[in-house]
Write a protein that binds this ligand. Structure first.
Ligand code: SF4
Length: 323
C-alpha cells in the first residue's frame, strides 16, 4: 500500500532554552496529521494567537526543525531527504502567506514572480512555453493575463496580488499548499473569491490544503476537517460539520459561540473568534492547558493531562469530560 502523501507524527517544537535554563513550554506538542495520496482535502488548523498554528505551518514547510517527532512526505522523513528528494518536496509542497504585499519586490513587474519560479524549478527554457504556463496559471485563479502582466505590484489590488500568489503556487503543480492566514489581510468581499479558488484547486486538480486560520467562519466554508489548537495542543479534531455544528471541547464551544454560523446556501461574512493577549497567555502547563479559562474545570484538570477521547468515529476531544 502506498504511504500517505504527507504524514506528521507526534511533532513537538520548543523554541530557545527558556529563562534560567527552564525548558521552554512547547509551541507545538505531539501533533499528528495525515494527507492521503489519492484523496485531496482541505484541513484547517484553527486557534488563537500563540496556539502553535504558524509553528506547524513552518515545520510542515521545512522552514524550521522539530524538537521531536517526524514529518514524512511519500514515506520519506523530510529531515533525511537527499538533494533530489528535497527539490521535489519543495516543488510539490507550496506556501501562501498572509501578506500579499510583503512578497513582492516593488521595483519588479509581477511577471518576475512567475519567471523566478519557472527558472528556479527549471520548468522550461522556452519563452513561448513560459508565457503559456504563466497565462494558464493566471486563468485558473480567475485573472486575465493581459490585464496583469507588465504591471507593478502597486498597480494591483490586494485580492489580485494574493491571487497571483496562488497562481505562482499552482504553476508548480503542487500536491499540497500550506496557506497561513491567506485571506486575513484581504477585504471581506474578496475573501470568498480566494477560498472558492482553493476549493476549485482541490476538486479539479487534486491539491490538498493545510489552511491555517484564526477564523472559524472561513474554515467552515471550505474545510473537510479541522484541528482546534490551544497552547500548542489539539483540543478537538473532527470533520468540519461535526466540530462546528456540535462542538464538544469547552474551548471549541467558546470559539464557536463567538461566530455566526451561516445558512450554507447564503453567502455570509463571519466574525473572527479571537482572544485577548491575557487570555492567550493563560495556559496551564501542568495539566489541561485550558484549565485557567475552562468553565467546567475540575480539580484533576489542574495537574492531569487529558487524552484525545473519541466522541464519534470522526471526532475527538481532549477533555476529561469525555473520558
Ligand atoms: Fe475543562 Fe478539565 Fe476538560 Fe480541560 S479537561 S477542558 S479543564 S473540563
Amino acid at each position: 500500500m502506498a504511504p500517505p502523501l504527507l504524514e506528521i507524527r507526534d511533532l513537538t517544537k520548543r523554541y530557545g532554552g527558556g529563562l534560567f535554563r527552564q525548558p521552554s513550554p512547547p509551541a507545538l506538542e505531539d501533533f499528528s496529521l495525515r494527507f492521503a495520496e489519492d484523496e485531496a482535502k482541505i484541513t484547517t488548523i484553527a486557534g488563537e494567537s500563540g496556539s502553535g498554528k504558524t509553528t506547524l505551518a513552518n515545520l510542515a514547510l521545512d522552514f524550521i526543525h522539530p524538537t521531536s517527532g517526524q514529518i514524512l512526505y511519500r514515506g520519506q522523513d523530510i529531515a533525511e531527504m537527499s538533494r533530489r528528494e528535497r527539490f521535489v518536496f519543495r516543488r510539490e509542497v507550496q506556501a501562501i502567506f498572509q501578506d500579499p504585499f510583503g512578497t513582492y519586490n516593488p521595483f519588479y513587474k509581477v511577471d518576475a514572480v512567475f519567471n523566478t519560479v519557472i527558472q528556479k524549478f527549471k520548468l522550461t527554457n522556452e519563452r513561448s512555453e513560459r508565457r503559456r504556463i504563466t497565462e494558464e496559471a493566471m486563468e485558473v485563479v480567475g485573472l486575465r493575463p493581459n490585464e496583469i502582466l507588465g504591471k507593478y505590484p502597486h498597480e494591483l489590488s490586494g485580492g489580485q496580488r494574493q491571487r497571483i500568489m496562488v497562481a505562482r503556487a499552482f504553476l508548480l503543480k503542487p500536491r499540497i499548499i500550506v496557506a497561513d492566514e491567506p485571506v486575513s489581510m484581504i477585504d471581506a468581499s474578496l475573501q470568498m473569491r480566494i477560498l472558492e479558488i482553493f476549493r476549485n484547486l482541490k476538486e479539479e486538480y487534486g491539491i490538498s490544503f493545510l489552511y491555517i486560520t484564526h477564523d472559524l467562519s472561513t474554515a467552515y466554508q471550505i474545510s473537510d476537517d479541522i484541528y482546534i489548537l490551544y497552547g500548542g495542543s489539539v483540543m478537538e479534531y473532527g470533520d468540519i460539520e461535526g466540530v462546528i455544528q456540535d462542538p464538544h471541547h469547552p474551548y471549541t464551544q467558546l470559539l464557536v459561540g463567538s461566530i455566526t454560523l451561516p445558512d450554507p446556501d447564503v453567502r455570509w461574512e463571519g466574525r473572527s473568534a479571537s482572544a485577548s493577549s491575557e487570555e492567550t497567555a493563560a495556559i496551564n502547563l501542568n495539566g489541561c492547558k485550558f484549565y485557567h479559562r475552562c468553565p467546567h474545570a475540575m480539580e484533576r484538570c489542574a495537574s492531569g493531562t487529558p487524552q484525545n477521547y473519541r466522541i464519534t468515529p470522526k471526532q475527538t476531544a481532549s477533555c476529561f469530560l469525555f473520558e
